[in-house]
Design a protein around this ligand. Structure first.
Ligand SMILES: Nc1ncnc2c1ncn2[C@@H]1O[C@H](COP(=O)(O)OP(=O)(O)OP(=O)(O)O)[C@@H](O)[C@H]1O
Length: 263
């Protein structure tokens, strides 16, 4: 379970370029829940994920993971519990290392490093099995540097790597954005299978209104650093993309920033 208590994040505090990226964010996401997040540019979606991942320390408030206060833990210190997939398919893997080495590094993430051969024959067999599940023939390419793989193949491998450490939390930062429609559908399937298998909490940032509505259990809309709309169940599935565009752009039924401030 992920919990944010009164999280505020200010960049450049006290300078002329001060920006309040997150403000009064209170959020609980139980294990097993898949949450989609939408909002216009600059709404605070990446800031939310960055605070949860430990990239930024909140100016105020707390972040709890599995009941543990991780607010002051650095990215590497929570890497065993939090996995993240970025929008750039090239960001999640080390390009010059082989597929096998990338998988070995991912499996070791968040663990104490030991001086032992990274890829034993036994581990190689396990990697082939894991890769075969992707259905991309990558189980025959363990020795290839990942730079030879297509964007969709790399993002699929990144998803696989994210799941290897059995994280409590999966952060998906527009991870489908750079993919063509067919690959996008395949990586989304893989994402949902992984979420089910891990039983973790997942947060998926998207600019696709259709995905935001159709995927997952709960939908959050962010605006100016706040969660202004939080919907689940039948009310979520009843939304249309056009309703959601209205809410995101401040024309719909979500409470306005003015109402939130008043309340
Ligand atoms: N490192 C930083 N330094 C200063 N300001 C920042 C920094 N990171 C984000 N911001 C500002 O914080 C606000 C929220 O940005 P954030 O990236 O979280 O928005 P977003 O909803 O993810 O937007 P997008 O959809 O464009 O990615 C913006 O005004 C942004 O310019």
């Amino acid at each position: 379970m992920l919990r944010l208590d009164g999280v505020r994040l200010v960049h450049g505090a006290g300078t002329p370029t001060e920006v309040v990226a997150l403000d009064h964010v209170d959020l609980e996401i139980p294990a097993g829940q898949f949450v989609t997040v939408v909002g216009s540019n600059g709404a605070g979606k990446s800031s939310l994920v960055n605070v949860v991942a430990g990239v930024y320390r909140p100016t105020r408030g707390r972040v709890l993971l599995g009941g543990r206060d991780v607010t002051r833990l650095a990215v590497h210190a929570r890497a065993g519990a939090v996995a993240r997939v970025f929008d750039d398919p090239l960001a999640g893997t080390a390009p010059d290392l082989s597929l096998a080495d990338n998988l070995a590094l991912a499996a070791a993430r968040g663990r104490r490093r030991r001086l032992s051969p990274a890829v034993t024959p036994g581990r190689r067999a396990g990697m082939r099995e894991d890769l075969a599940v992707l259905g991309l023939g990558l189980e025959r390419r363990l020795a290839d540097p990942v730079t030879l793989l297509s964007a969709g193949q790399r993002q699929s491998v990144t998803m696989l790597m994210a799941g290897l450490r059995k994280p409590e939390l999966l952060l998906l930062d527009e991870h489908l954005a750079a993919l063509d429609p067919r690959t996008r559908a395949r990586v989304l399937d893989l994402t949902l299978q992984m979420h089910e298998r891990l039983g973790c909490a997942s947060i998926m940032i998207t600019h696709s209104m259709r995905h935001a509505i159709e995927v997952g259990d709960r939908l959050l809309v962010m605006s100016r650093g706040r969660v202004i709309y939080d919907v689940a169940g039948p009310a979520k599935t009843a939304l249309t993309p056009s309703d959601l565009v209205d809410i995101v752009s401040g024309l719909g039924d979500a409470p306005s920033d003015r109402q939130l401030l008043a309340g």
